[in-house]
Every structure is written in structure tokens, then in C-alpha cells.
Design a binder for this molecule. Sequence first.
Ligand code: FE2
Length: 448
Amino acid sequence: MRGLPWYAKLYLTAVIAVAFGLLGHGLAVGRFERVDWSTLLVLALLFLVCESVPTLLNVKQAAISVSFSAALAAVVLVGPPGAALVGMTAVFSVRPGLALTKRLFNGAQFTICGYAAGEVFVRLGGVAGVPEIENFEELILPFAGAAAVYVPLNFALIAVMLSLAAQVDRVPVRGMVQLLASYLGYATFGLLIAGLWATVQSISAVLVLLPLFVARWAFGQYLAQQRSYDATIAALCQAVETKDYYTRGHCTRVSLASTMIAEEIGMGPERLRAIRYAGMLHDVGKLGVPTKVLQKEGPLTEEEYAAIQLHPMRGLEIVRGIDFLDEAFAGIMHHHERHDGTGYPMGLAGDEIPEFARIIAVADAFDSMTSDRSYRGARPVPVAIEELRKAAGTQFDPVMVAAFVKAVERDGWEAPRKVPVPPGEEAETVVIKDHDDPTTPIQVVSER
Ligand SMILES: [Fe+2]
């Protein structure tokens, strides 16, 4: 609580006061007298398990979805005051390290949501208690009304808290709408639990929620796998950038620019992930090029230039065994092909060049131009854009250039800061001719 601004503290106090007010009012008018305490106890335990499991699985994205099902089942089975009490148990959720303020806020907001949803349920003609099987259809409309209040109210209370506590700069409206839709879907499982309660009582919760937990466990495994993929790629990038100091951050920026182009031309999520990896790894083959060639000052011999030109193939050899890279292989191998067919390693032209490679070529050259190099300063973004436009149709695919220009004009581009010479490094040892820089071609001298 100490770190919260005063207006966030005021909001927190107000939410807790409203929650206590609702419970107190329910008690004063005798609304708890008709509550079935044994059902409430089971539902409260169920809610508590649902609230605690997200942390055990470490799946933040799905942190509250399953507990919505239990809370809305409580609306039907134990009515507004019971649903409020069930929500209040969030205070006791088993989440190691969860601050008391957050526990109090969670408990209070779930209490308010439960009470409000219960009220709507009753006002739309719903009767609190274990439903009769033959009257199941009569439950649907009141339940839909309750869910339509519970989920958005929960989101609104949390969104206000997050923005007041300045934990987010702005509420991500698009993401919230997607979550809202998915949680409304989860909420319908509450109806299923309530409907089955008449026949199998508390086992209905296990029957309904077990498949959900299994699905979430699988999702958790998937996220963990994605994280390990990202860590693998980051480690390879780190290796390349350690060898080639002046290109620090280049992999990440090429990955970002490639993703901007891919999004602009409408690629789906799977391919977007693959192009992100391809951008990160496009120069991994530099690990197979002698450092003295990469860092050589002045013109290269034909042999040295051939060693540079081998890096796309070397890159492919290095990552060939990583099967999740899929289409990224083509991007790594062909990112130095040119639209007019004069690039390397295969001399492919136009549409023969894989789409990933055509995207990376634009992103790669742009980042090189807008970064500092030892032999020249960073070019301003408009100058680099102009260079891309000039080379569209010869070096680059004009479609990819147009897509990138459109994305940069809309979203902007943050060029990297100047790279300081690493302590202890002699300036001469980091003089590098960047093979990606289209404005300063590498000079090659014949050895004969
Ligand atoms: Fe390259």
C-alpha cells in the first residue's frame, strides 16, 4: 500500500468499503438466512482452488478465467449474498508473495461482482438454489444477464486500479476486449456446473473444471516451450553480437523491422513467430567467418570476400538441427539475394527468393543504415527510407519496401543509440565494414 499514489489508495479503500457495505446490508436484511451453507462452502473451496492454481501453473494470461466459472455457478446455487462471500475468499488464495493490498482488492472486487451479478440474476427472474432439471431453460436468460454484468464489472474494477496505480501507461483496449470475450466463454461453464449440481452435486464442478484445468496445463506447457525457444535464439544472437561488437542490438532490430513488414503484408501468427526468429538469427553464420575478416579495415581480398559470402550457408548449417525454425531457414539462407538476381549465395531473382528472405533483406539494410558504424555515422530515418526506395526493384522487393515504409510512417522507428567502444578494446580492432550496408559496398581487391 505504501507505494500506491493517494488516489489509488482512496479507490482501494472505496472498493473495500463497498464490498463490506454490501455484505453488511445482506446481513442486516436477513439475506443470508436462506443460504445453503454446505453448498457455499464447497463453492468457496472450489473458487479458492481456481484462484490459486494460476500461480502454481505460472500462467498469468489465464489467471482468473477458471475462477469465473465457479463464481457464476455460485450466483445460481447460493444467490447474491452467497456469491459475494464466495468471491471474498480470493483474499485467502494460495499465491506466494501476493501483497496484502492485492489480496484485499481481489477479495473486495470479487465480492462486489458476485453480489451485483446475483442481483441481476434474481431481477431477471432467476431463483437462487439448486435448479430443477426440467426448469433448466428458465435459468439461461438470468444467467446470461449475470455473466454480462460479472465479467465486464470485474474488468472495469481491475482496469481502474491498474491505471490509478500506474502499473500500465494505458489500458490495452484491444487485448482487454479479446480477454473479455474469452472470459465470457469461460463464464458459461458456471451454468453447466449449476445445471449438473442437481444430479451429481459437487462432482459436477470436477466434471466441468477438470477438462479446463487440463487444457490450461497444456497451455502452460506450450508457453514454457515458447520461452525456452526464445532463450535459445537470444543465446545464439548474443554469441554473434559478442563476436561482432558494432552490430550489438542489430539482430533484435532486424527481427522487429521484419515483423513490422510481415504484419503489414498480413502474415498470420505462426509465420510472424517464424519471421521474428529468422530476423534474430539471419547473421548467425558470422560465427563461422574468421573474426579477422569480419573486423578487417579496408578492402577485402577475393578469398576474404568469399568467406563473408559464405555466412548465409554457414548460418543454415548452424541452425539446421533446430526444427521449430521451419520457414526461418529460408530467410537465413537467402537474406543476401537481390531482387535483380545479382545477390548471393544462389543468385535467385524476384519471386524465386523466399518471402522471408525478401523481408529480412529490407529490414537488415535499413537497420544497418540507421546504426552507427566505425567508418560512418548513422543515417537519419528519412535518408535510409529514401535509399530503400531507390534500391526497390534492383536490390529489394518493391512490395516489401512499400510495406516497411508504410509501417514506419505509421508507427515510427527508434534508431539505436551510439555504440560506445568497449572498455579495454583498441579502436582499430573494432573497425568493421558492414556487409549489410547498401550505401557503402565492400571493396574487393584481386590478389593477382
Ligand atoms: Fe548477413
